[in-house]
Design a protein around this ligand. Structure first.
Ligand SMILES: [Zn+2]
Ligand SMILES: [Zn+2]
Length: 444
């Protein structure tokens, strides 16, 4: 650059002006790149010190301390360990919420990274290894980065930005969700505590890192972004007997086999499948001790997922009937509990279209709209039920690596390419800027 300046003064001066203008245009990119190393440092700290859902005490303190140092107004103890901070930009504009989840999973890390987790935690009374295997360390670090970037550039920030650091996205590690009057957790608890109204949030944004795309790439979908999720627990109560004389008892093991098969008829006989899809999966089944004893009880746990509210309704409300009547035919009693976990996560279509250019800018043109939702679920859904929401996916697999062989989230070897954090920080900021423009259009 300097060499060219000496050789061709006029041309170089022009191009310098041009690149200055460009640099100014791209101030977000510049500012994010300047602090990229720090975001990586925060992410490594968080990665090394993961905490289970609803117990993110140190994480919460770490985040709150960072936000206070930025000079933001910080609110702690939101929905338990949640933290909310508010930034007032110098320019007029709307109020938007940016959300990151902070919790980790009961998984033993096997990445071999120098900052791999050795942490343990209490998972329903059992000591377990804990790992940030869903990338919430990255989410938290990116939002910390966005908070820093915008705090240092208030003169360019329109409106108010509410930074929402949420606990317990993965479901609590310390609450029996099947207990009567079990408390809420995570996003639902935040919404029930009234954070949307309290902070006047008009729209909400969040993202998830994924091994399905490469570093620096953003994928988004208009409408349904994630399926709904509901959990169930079934207890089958029979009568204990000698394995040689089943006629003396009532066998909950045989009943469980019939119940599991009958459950599938909920999907393929009762759900109106023209409306979408649904699955009923049993994930655990426990019962019995010896080969020659028919046990008294079997306990099964499972999950129901769907991309259609009416199908969800059919599956969740009719499960108990199908299970109970099937078990009854074997003289076995069924106790069925279904707990609503997460509704469909729906990206507001107008908001999604309006913010598509912002996502393109954040990713230097590597944002694409995808056709299908993810089969998983997200409790961001609760925010998006209250105000227009946008939830996008951010690639974490290094460029050039085969996406088909990259370990997925929730596995011990999942790997996040830290270069992608920069794109994530930029996406948060671009959402704030883009939403302000969109809000102006809405007013006109
Ligand atoms: Zn997860
Ligand atoms: Zn996650």
């Amino acid at each position: 650059m300097m060499k060219a300046f000496t050789a061709l003064p006029l041309l170089a001066a022009l191009s310098a002006v041009n690149s200055l203008a460009q640099a100014d245009d791209n101030w977000v990119k510049q500012a994010a790149t300047a602090q990229a190393d720090q975001v990586i440092e925060w992410r490594r700290h968080l990665h090394q010190h993961p905490e289970l859902s609803n117990q993110e005490h140190n994480t919460s303190a770490y985040v709150a301390n960072h936000l206070r140092k930025l000079g933001l107004k910080v609110h702690t103890g939101i929905a338990g360990t949640g933290v909310v901070a508010v930034l007032k930009g110098d320019l007029p504009g709307p109020t938007v919420g940016l959300r990151a989840d902070m919790d980790a999973l009961p998984i033993k890390e096997a990445t071999g990274l120098p900052f791999a987790s050795k942490a343990q935690g209490d998972y329903f009374g059992k000591t377990v290894d804990v790992m940030h295997a869903c990338g919430h360390d990255a989410h938290t670090a990116m939002l910390m980065g966005a908070a820093r970037l915008m705090s240092q550039n208030k003169d360019k920030i329109p409106g108010t930005v509410v930074f929402v650091f949420q606990p317990s996205e993965e479901g609590p590690s310390n609450i029996d969700i099947y207990a009567d009057n079990a408390p809420s957790w995570g996003a639902r608890r935040m919404v029930e505590e009234g954070i949307i109204e309290r902070f006047g949030i008009q729209a909400m944004f969040a993202m998830h890192v994924t091994s399905d795309s490469h570093t620096g790439e953003i994928a988004y979908k208009s409408g349904i972004a994630f399926n709904s999720s509901d959990s169930f627990r079934i207890r089958l109560l029979g009568k204990q007997a000698h394995g040689s004389a089943p006629w003396d008892g009532a066998d909950p093991i045989v009943a469980s086999a019939n119940v599991i098969n009958a459950m599938q008829t909920l999907v393929n006989r009762r759900a109106k499948l023209t409306l979408g899809m649904g699955v009923v999966s049993v994930g655990s089944i426990h019962g019995g001790t010896a080969n020659n004893v028919i046990p008294e009880e079997i306990i099964m746990n499972g999950t129901i997922r769907s991309d259609s509210a009416p199908i969800r309704e059919t599956l969740t409300t009719q499960l108990a009937e199908v299970v109970s009547k099937t078990a009854e035919a074997q003289k076995v009693k069924a106790d069925v509990k279904v707990v609503e976990m997460m509704p469909l996560t729906i990206n507001n279509p107008d908001l999604t279209q309006a913010l598509a250019p912002a996502m393109a800018r954040a990713s230097d043109g590597h944002a694409e709209e995808i056709a299908n939702q993810r089969s998983g679920s997200e409790d961001f859904a609760y925010f998006a039920q209250k105000v227009p929401g946008l939830y996008v996916f951010l690639g974490q697999t290094p460029q050039g690596r085969d996406l088909n062989t990259a370990a997925n989230n929730h596995t011990p070897t999942v790997y996040l390419d830290e270069a992608t954090l920069n794109t994530g920080v930029r996406a948060h900021v671009e959402f704030v800027l883009g939403y302000a423009d969109y809000a102006k259009q809405l007013k006109q």
